[in-house]
Write a protein that binds this ligand. Structure first.
Ligand SMILES: N[C@@H](CCC(=O)N[C@@H](CSS)C(=O)NCC(=O)O)C(=O)O
Ligand SMILES: [Fe+2]
Length: 233
């Protein structure tokens, strides 16, 4: 019987979620958005579970924290890094719409969801029961669109066309949450997301008036993440 192991892991400084998915029959595993500060915790869990980590994928070139994918590659034999081909970042695998990341008999399929950045992707499990939305769709929110080629119109269209078309009960796992929320569903966000339930004009207006300060680590995170996060910290 095919089984899947799923872990949601949290990094407290940047409020980032890292997700680990494994086929428990074959032990092949994939990690999504791992953070440099929590590399030891994540690799310990992978070792404890006896998993063979084959792919470390970033949903986009993060601006607020440094990815651990480069460092993980140095510590896990055969591990490949992956990111969108539109991210501008180096990686072993450059992903595009419709690509599949396989782990054992399971897979994640790639949906391009630009708007927060040009290279944002949403990863959807083969049975469409889970979607890892990165910073495109957050729980009752969405990624900001005021830097890294952000575009509010594009983000609105990405979310409506590529995420809200998934089954209502599909679980939404974002890359961040600042309020302690861990999971939502497509149906819930379609109904209750205060930004995405507006018209496109209303959405653009909200996004143009967020007035958020830049992420504290942006100056070091973006250049580091363009090269898989490997740099002298
Ligand atoms: N204060 C944090 C950065 C917070 C932030 O800008 N979050 C991003 C996602 S990380 S690129 C975002 O899109 N937020 C949207 C929102 O509505 O909050 C820091 O200093 O790191
Ligand atoms: Fe981001």
């Amino acid at each position: 019987m095919k089984q899947q192991r799923f872990s949601g892991l949290f990094e407290t400084e940047s409020c980032t979620y890292t997700y680990l998915l494994a086929d428990t029959d074959t032990k092949e595993a994939v990690i999504i958005d791992p953070v440099l500060e929590t590399i030891d915790r994540d690799l310990k869990l992978i070792k404890e579970l006896g998993l063979n980590l084959t792919v470390a994928v970033n949903t986009h070139c993060h601006a607020d924290h440094i990815t651990s994918t480069g460092r993980m590659k140095q510590r896990v034999a055969g591990l490949k890094s992956a990111i969108s081909k539109f991210s501008g970042a180096s990686a072993d695998i450059h992903l595009k719409e419709g690509d599949k990341i396989t782990f054992g008999r399971r897979f994640l399929s790639v949906r391009e969801t630009p708007g927060h950045t040009n290279g944002c992707i949403t990863l959807v499990t083969g049975d469409e029961s889970m979607a890892f939305t990165g910073d495109a769709l957050l729980i009752r929110g969405c990624g900001r669109t005021d830097f890294q080629q952000g575009c509010a119109k594009k983000l609105y269209q990405s979310i409506h066309k590529k995420i809200f078309t998934l089954p209502e009960e599909c679980l939404i796992y974002p890359a961040h949450d600042y309020l302690g929320q861990t999971v939502s569903t497509v149906g819930e966000e379609r109904k209750f997301n205060p930004r995405l339930t507006k018209s496109i004009e209303g959405f653009v207006d909200i996004m143009n008036n967020l007035n958020l300060s830049s992420p504290k680590k942006m100056g070091i995170a973006v250049p580091a993440n363009l090269v898989c996060g490997v740099h002298d910290v």
